[in-house]
Write a protein that binds this ligand. Structure first.
Ligand SMILES: CC(C)(COP(=O)(O)OP(=O)(O)OC[C@H]1O[C@@H](n2cnc3c(N)ncnc32)[C@H](O)[C@@H]1OP(=O)(O)O)[C@@H](O)C(=O)NCCC(=O)NCCS
Length: 337
């Protein structure tokens, strides 16, 4: 295998990240908000998770508002007009409707051509699944400008009366424009990995109100349409998978060339333990869980966009993106800047 083949396992045309954007709602929910009606405290939340505040959509806002705003920022950054886009993929578990795909809403709102538009449901791994899918479409040589979006409106899926989940999540979205790397000359998607373990479905899910058990008054009364999570078990899965993902991304790489780790923001403790375990210096890891909580599929692209806007990414160094979530799913990508 030549070096080139090793760098481009997903098709003959390597993909690059031509533009990046993100959006979070204006409404700030701090930890004190929960102290007023739940048996919890700012201290508990900060100590166990690292979260200080999160953003939630206002009542009259929709998830697609975030996806559209993030995509517009990414398109502007890439210098891409709506008519140039030839595919839109949204990784989310919280589109505007149960069906159809929110990607179709986004396509119409952005005034894109009648290109392909579909959602990917991989929970918190959704953005990296969308990125891998978009990079693979670019890889075929048939697509030139793919919008890969990730985000969630978790405030609409959580049981706000359940202290074990309500405090953890926030709303937000991020987006990238993918192009053939020879066109945009930056953000080479060097490699990616996707995985899932369906045995873990019961650990994190919305148990009822789907097509297996359609909504009834009893389901509503029992609040079984909201997210249910076995927090401890998910924590253990995430800690082990984070180490596995970082290990995958660093294999055969020169550690000196590591630019930044951009991990899914689910729990600050997990990230600190995983990176310490692998000897990765804390100053190589980006965090924003303190500001936004866990934004599910939004967390990796928001962090990517913030890091990019701060000018942190150096040419020829690589970024490691990693996420895991319900399914259970996980995904990683190595991006050479
Ligand atoms: C949820 C999480 C923060 C809980 O931390 P933990 O150290 O594992 O705590 P436990 O779940 O063991 O709960 C310890 C106690 O805190 C309580 N607790 C849970 N949420 C609480 C809250 N918001 N405030 C105060 N106490 C809380 C529990 O009821 C439990 O009480 P008990 O010992 O009387 O039963 C942690 O498990 C976690 O981050 N899990 C992953 C969650 C996640 O991000 N999932 C998304 C996947 S992408």
């Amino acid at each position: 295998m030549t070096d080139d083949e090793k760098a481009v396992p997903y098709g003959p045309v390597p993909a690059g990240i031509a533009g990046i954007g993100h959006h979070v709602p204006d409404r700030v929910i701090d930890n004190e908000y929960f102290e007023k009606y739940l048996d919890t405290s700012d201290e508990w939340i900060q100590q166990r998770t690292g979260i200080v505040q999160r953003r939630w959509l206002a009542e009259d806002e929709k998830p697609s508002d975030m996806f559209v705003a993030a995509a517009e920022m990414a398109m502007e950054d890439a210098g891409v007009r709506p008519e140039d886009v030839d595919l839109v993929v949204v990784g989310t578990a919280s589109g505007d409707y149960l069906a159809p795909a929110v990607a179709c809403v986004v396509q119409a709102r952005l005034g894109l051509p009648k290109c392909g538009a579909f959602d990917i449901m991989a929970a918190c791994s959704g953005f990296l699944y969308a990125l891998a899918t978009g990079a693979s479409f670019i890889g075929t040589g048939r697509y030139r400008n793919v919008l890969a979006i990730g985000g969630d409106a978790m405030s609409r899926l959580i049981d706000q009366e359940d202290r074990s989940t309500a405090v953890l999540f926030g709303d937000g979205a991020g987006a990238v424009v993918l192009q053939p790397h020879e066109v945009c000359r930056r953000g080479l998607v060097e490699d990616y990995v996707l995985g899932a373990d369906g045995e873990g479905v019961p650990l994190l899910l919305r148990p009822k109100g789907g097509a297996a058990e359609p909504m009834t008054e009893e389901i509503l009364r029992n609040r079984e349409h909201f997210i249910h999570m076995e927090g401890r078990k998910v924590y253990r899965f995430a800690a082990a998978r984070m180490i596995w993902l970082l290990d995958w991304a660093m294999r055969d790489q020169d550690p000196e060339e590591l630019g930044w780790m951009i991990p899914h923001q689910m729990n600050r403790r997990i990230l600190e333990q995983a990176t310490a375990h692998l000897g990765i210096p804390p100053n190589k890891v980006l965090h924003n869980i303190q500001k936004y909580g866990n934004t599910s599929a939004g967390s990796v692209p928001i962090l990517l966009s913030e890091g990019y806007r701060k000018g942190l990414f150096e040419k020829d160094k690589f970024l490691v993106l990693g996420a895991f979530g319900a399914g259970l799913t996980w995904a990683g990508a190595r991006i050479r800047w």
